[in-house]
Design a protein around this ligand. Sequence first.
Ligand code: MG
Length: 258
Amino acid sequence: MDFARPRIAAPVTTLDAPDPWSPASLRLVCLDIDDTLIDFSAAGRRALAALLGRSDLWSRWERITDRFVALVVAGEVDYASMHFRRTQCFLGELEMAADDAEVRRFEEKRKDLVRRSWRLFHDVLPCLEWLRAAGVLLAAVTNASGAHQRAKLADLGLAHFFNFVAIAGEIGVAKPDPVMFHSVCARLGCDPSEAAHVGDKLGTDAVGARDAGLEGVWLDRHESGAEVPEGVHVINGLDELPQLLVSEFARIGVPAQR
Ligand SMILES: [Mg+2]
């Protein structure tokens, strides 16, 4: 684990009595969904390979997706048409001539395959259970579309962990816009300084959160070794999050041993 911004914090042990006159310094933990909680890229990669009989197209799909998500974030395209246009563009680049009905059929089949194969990362449930036991509020914060993300959380039995699910398309802004993070904090009655956000995208999640006044935590599951901006914390798995929170943030509750 890399602590990019060492701090001097009051020592906390499980033997310390909580101070009823001091608010917890961390009251809210926000978590991204895709590739943070759910191994979404693996499911997407498998679906494309099954539909096209090729396994070398994922990076192209991601590049096109990023381009269309940027249009959604800029307010130029809505989510419903983004999915259609993204798939149309992808098939066009592959020179697979497809009319509108064929594009829709491909996208429906792809989504169905993805939904049937998405999985939680192995470290998600222990981490969420720890956070719940620690008494912090939990928010899922995502740039993807609402119905889609709620279905994922429900399918995988995660919905009950979260006090709030923040969907960019419903709030009207997207990460890394600070308004997205501030909306979540306001909804749950927290100041940004009392919140941390954890996600797999360094810029969109960790740097965006830091710039909005939250603690930004980059989940670098692939241990990429990328340079980390000042003030961003790095973990390589969610199993490292409790240790980071306890060592970096004074007065977060420490769950009793079970
Ligand atoms: Mg993500």
